[in-house]
Design a protein around this ligand. Sequence first.
Ligand code: FMN
Length: 340
Amino acid sequence: MFYQLMRSLMFKLDAEKAHYLGLKSLNILEMTGLLSLLYPKAKASSVTVMGLKFPNAVGLAAGLDKNGDYIEALAGIGFGFIEIGTVTPRPQEGNPKPRLFRLPEAQAIINRMGFNNLGVEHLIEQVKIAQTDTIIGINIGKNFDTPVEQAVEDYLIGLRKVYPHADYVTINISSPNTPGLRTLQFGESLNELLAALKAEQVKLQQQYQRYVPMAVKVAPDLTAEEVVELARSFTRFEIDAVITTNTTMSREGVEDLQYGDEAGGLSGRPVFEKSTEIVRQFRKELPEYLPIIAAGGIMSGADAMKKLDAGASLVQIYSGLIYQGPKLVSEIVQTIEKRT
Ligand SMILES: Cc1cc2nc3c(=O)[nH]c(=O)nc-3n(C[C@H](O)[C@H](O)[C@H](O)COP(=O)(O)O)c2cc1C
């Protein structure tokens, strides 16, 4: 009810302005103690994935809290884990506005934000001061102006900086809004990147006497052969989890809608089937011990169950939160709980 009202007001605003207003409102509700009254946390059984104990299987997908500014408020609505970022080594503004578009008829979003963020140092400071025991994943990427041939260096800088502050780290090689980024999903570029990151993870484990798992996030726009290749590399380089998926370049289901032809990545309901199929394909190709975290079009508890049935161990939401509001978190937690 509360979110319905907020939503009808926020959907009248420019999408990016509404996004920050929503996060700021959550912060105020959290600080005044109202958040837990409006959105009581659902009881859940914990799940152990990547060696970490998650209080529940529902996480926030990367991109909503790029700078780690809203960790406590987001934890307050009951997420079992929160993925902050994508963060880059240096701050950057991202693409010119407008760069975020709502397509409500399809419960979809198109974005070409372009990793707007305040840089890794700011994000680390936010993690340090956040008072929460929620699991925190930190999603890292490369700066826009770092040539893709030198991308490895940006990921290494990110990994070194965030390692002591993260519960897990996500390597984002699948956002469509940084030119060349998705080419890192293929061939020698992928293997060079994973080899360098794995070697660094081993060093950091010794340095900090703590193993921080590393997940890789992939696009939904992959052929069956590409999934086979990726699964082989993830197994070879002992990656700890695969996050399926980022936004799609496809416009299927939104071709005729307002903003349907805007450039960027499409998320929300239209990506659900495609993304679930990628979960299924990876589950077939990956060894059983290598977990999948599924994001893409989850709008209900039943959608989340379909991701788990396809082979995922955890789920993440972003667009669903915008369309359904914070109650979606407890709805999914309760649906999963009923089935366990
Ligand atoms: C506005 C917006 C910004 C996003 N930014 C990022 C990002 O910075 N890094 C990332 O890995 N994914 C990002 N994503 C992708 C989401 O994390 C998620 O993988 C994708 O939207 C599919 O899930 P959904 O359908 O529940 O939104 C973004 C998505 C949206 C809608």
